[in-house]
Design a protein around this ligand. Sequence first.
Ligand SMILES: Cc1ncc(COP(=O)(O)O)c(C=O)c1O
Length: 487
Amino acid sequence: MTSAIEFPAIEFPGEELSNLARRTIRQQEPVALRTFTPSQMVLARSAGVFHWTPEGRRLYDYSSGVLVANLGHNPLRWMQRFANYMGWTGQVPAPAGTATGVVPLDLATLNIEATPADAFFSAVTMTAYNAVTPIEAEACARLVRNIQSWAGGKLLDTVMWAASGSEAIQKALWACLHRDESRDLIIATRYGFHGKKGLAGAVTGCETDHDRDPRVKFISFPMLEIDDVSRYGQTLDLAPYRKELDELWQAHGKRLNCLITEPYLGGGGSYHPPAAYLQLLQNFCREHDILFILDEVQANFGRTGCMFAFEKYGLEPDFVALGKGLGNGVPVSAVVGRGDVMASLKYGEASDTWSANPLGCAAVLATLDEFEATDILEHTRKLTPVFFEGLNRLKDTGLITKVRGEGLVFGIECAEAGGLTSKQVAIEIVKAAYLGRAGGEGIHLLGPLAGNVIRISPPNVITLAQSRDSLQLLHDVVQKLAQSWRK
Ligand SMILES: Cc1ncc(COP(=O)(O)O)c(C=O)c1O
C-alpha cells in the first residue's frame, strides 16, 4: 500500500495550483519525507518575512524555514555577498526566462562536441572533495574568530563541517567517543531533539522510545517549572537535577564520556531553562572530565537574541553544534570545538562529499558578514517583549494556555476547546492561520511541536510594524476560531 492511500490528502478548495503540487508530491514521494502539517503550504516564492502561494496569497513566515532564514528569505545584500564569494558577480547573465522564471531548454539542440567556449565561466569550484579551497580556509578562520569573540567561546578552536545538523552532532559524538574508547557512555537530556540519523537519533527523545542505543543515559531537563513565561525568574531547585547526575556518576563513573544538551528544548515543546541549570550540567562535566556538547543547531546565529546561546547562558562548552541559520538557507552545518579531541579521529573518519563544500562556506561567510555589520542581535532583543506581549494576549481567547520562549523563538501551548483535544486545537489554529483573514493574508506556521505547541519563530529581520501587524493577525484568527466554537 502506498503512503498516498494510507494518509488523507491535504488539499484546500480554490487552490488549484497548490493542490496540483501537493498531489504530485503525494504520488511521487513517500509520506516519510514530509513532517505533518495541516496546511502543507506550497511556497511559490518568498521575500523577507513573507511567502507567497502559487495562487498569489501572501503569508507571514512564522517559521523562518525551520529556524533557518534568520536574515529573511532571499536578502538582496546577503545574496550579493554570497555570489561575490562564489565569483559569480557580473558573470552570470540574467536568464531570458519565462514568467515562471524557468529557462526553456530544448535538449534536442544541445551538442556537447559543439559546446561554445563561453558555455563555462571561471569561478569558485562548487565541489572540492579530496581538495581544499581558499574559501574553506576563510570560512574556518572567520567562524572561529567570531565564536571566540563571544564570552564562553574560548575552547572552540577547530571546525568540522557537515551538511545537516544531525551530521554535525554525529561528528561531535564520534570525536568524543574516540578520545577514550574505554569511556563509552553518553549523557543526553530527555526530550531533546538532535536529529534522526545515527548517533543524533540515539541522543534524541528518551529511554522509552523505540530502537534505543544502550550507550545513552538520559537525564531530566526542566519543563514543568518553566512551562510559562510568568514563571521565568523564579528560582529553580537544582537539587534533584544534581542528584540525578551524581547517581549516574556513582553507577557508571569513568565510563561516562560526554554530555549533550540543547540550550533550550526546541522540538520538545520550547522549554527555556534558567542558566543555572545548564551551568550545573557544565560544572558536573568539568568535575569529571566529561566533554560538554551544546547543540545550537537551531539556536545559533541570533535566535536567542545573542549570536550564540552559550554566551547568553554563561557557558563554555567543549563543542558547539551549528546548523540551520548558519547558512541562511544553504545546507551547511558544523561542529566547532576542541581540536585536541577532534584529533582523535583519523584521516577521512569525519569526511563526506559535502563537508566544507564552497557553497556552504560562501553562505557562512555572507551570513557572518550580515551579523557582523548590522544591529540584528539588538533588534531581536527589542522584539522579544513585543512578541511576549502579543502572544500572551492570545490567552484571552481561551485557546492558548501557556507561552514560552526567548529572543525570537517561542512556543504557544494550546488548550482543549470546542470538544477538541489540545492537539486538535493546535492543528485547527495552524490551518486557520494558513487561510488567514478575508483578502487572503495569513501566517505560515509549522505543524505543532510535541503535540499541542505551536512554534513562533519569524525571521530576525521582521520589523516592529510587521511584528505588530502579524501578531494582530494571529490574534484575529485565533479569536475567530474560538468564537466559532462558542456558538
Ligand atoms: C537542536 C537541533 N539539533 C539538531 C537538529 C537536526 O538538524 P538537521 O535536521 O539539519 O539534521 C535539529 C533540527 O531541527 C535541531 O533543532
